[in-house]
Design a protein around this ligand. Structure first.
Ligand SMILES: Nc1ncnc2c1ncn2[C@@H]1O[C@H](COP(=O)(O)OP(=O)(O)OP(=O)(O)O)[C@@H](O)[C@H]1O
Length: 245
């Protein structure tokens, strides 16, 4: 089966500066792929290109067999941005039901999405009165409720407590097992181990596209944070050699 996402030689400039330097990457269907990298490395920019809201300089992004941003993808792709996109003057449940209705789903689907993000206890609370972490979970519920084929989630677990983070990751894997494709960004390396596949990005360049186990094997260390440091050093050494020759 073809990949859910295929990125080919993607170059993006923002604010007059190159932020993605020719990315080649694929995201398989029905799995959780982690997009990991330090702050400012280009994760959000790559996600924006995948959902079709980023002007690209060159290269291509194919999503579910169509060019990224194609109108017919609108209902098939869900996007969670870092800034919660929910209505502050509606309750959690009203927000979820509104987004459910947009996707032709019912109240029961909305309530399930609210439960899935651990917000049943706050369902009748106005979003404007929620904590930051709760507000981002409300936003996540609205991204999940339409059950899109591809979910692009920008730092969905940031600011959440460890128990909730574990529950959200379990939820992501349950969705993947049911056939959903998830691309999930994080700058927290300990989340890498929770992914089926990893895309590691640094300074706008992809330095790994593999499974966590393959990354461990290639670097000879178990700890993925240490493994990434080794890959970064190896890629820097490679760049230095190229520049010297
Ligand atoms: N609107 C913009 N105009 C100009 N430059 C931008 C803009 N948005 C982002 N950038 C720059 O593009 C680069 C990549 O940013 P991006 O948001 O993709 O990184 P990120 O890996 O998602 O970071 P974080 O983990 O902090 O969210 C950064 O150097 C950033 O300063």
């Amino acid at each position: 089966m073809e990949d859910a996402i295929a990125v080919r030689d993607l170059v993006v400039d923002r604010g007059g500066r190159r932020v993605l330097h020719g990315i080649d990457a694929t995201v398989p269907r029905g799995a959780v792929t982690g997009l990991l990298g330090p702050s400012g490395s280009g994760k959000t920019t790559l996600m924006r290109a995948v959902v079709g809201v980023q002007v690209v300089t060159s290269g291509s992004v194919t999503v579910l067999g169509r060019p990224a941003g194609a109108p017919e993808l609108r209902r098939r792709v869900g996007y969670l941005t870092q800034a919660p996109s929910v209505y502050v003057d509606l309750t959690v449940r009203e927000n979820a039901r509104y987004f459910a209705a947009l996707h032709g789903r019912g109240a029961a689907d909305a309530d399930r999405a609210v439960a899935d993000v651990g917000l049943s206890g706050a369902a009748t609370q106005l979003v404007g009165t929620l904590s930051g972490g709760q507000r981002s979970r409300a936003s996540l519920a609205c991204a999940l409720v339409g059950e899109p084929e591809l979910l692009v989630l920008d730092e969905p677990t940031v600011g959440q407590d460890p128990v909730l983070r574990a529950e959200l990751w379990a939820r992501f894997h349950a969705m993947a097992a049911a056939g959903t494709t998830l691309l999930v960004s994080s700058h927290v390396m300990d989340e890498a181990a929770r992914c089926d596949r990893l895309l590691l990005i640094r300074e706008g360049r992809l330095i790994a596209d593999d499974t966590p186990d393959a990354v461990r094997r290639a670097t000879g260390v178990d700890d993925l944070e240490e493994a990434f440091l080794r890959m970064i050093r190896a890629s820097e050494a490679g760049t230095a050699r190229q520049e010297a020759s």
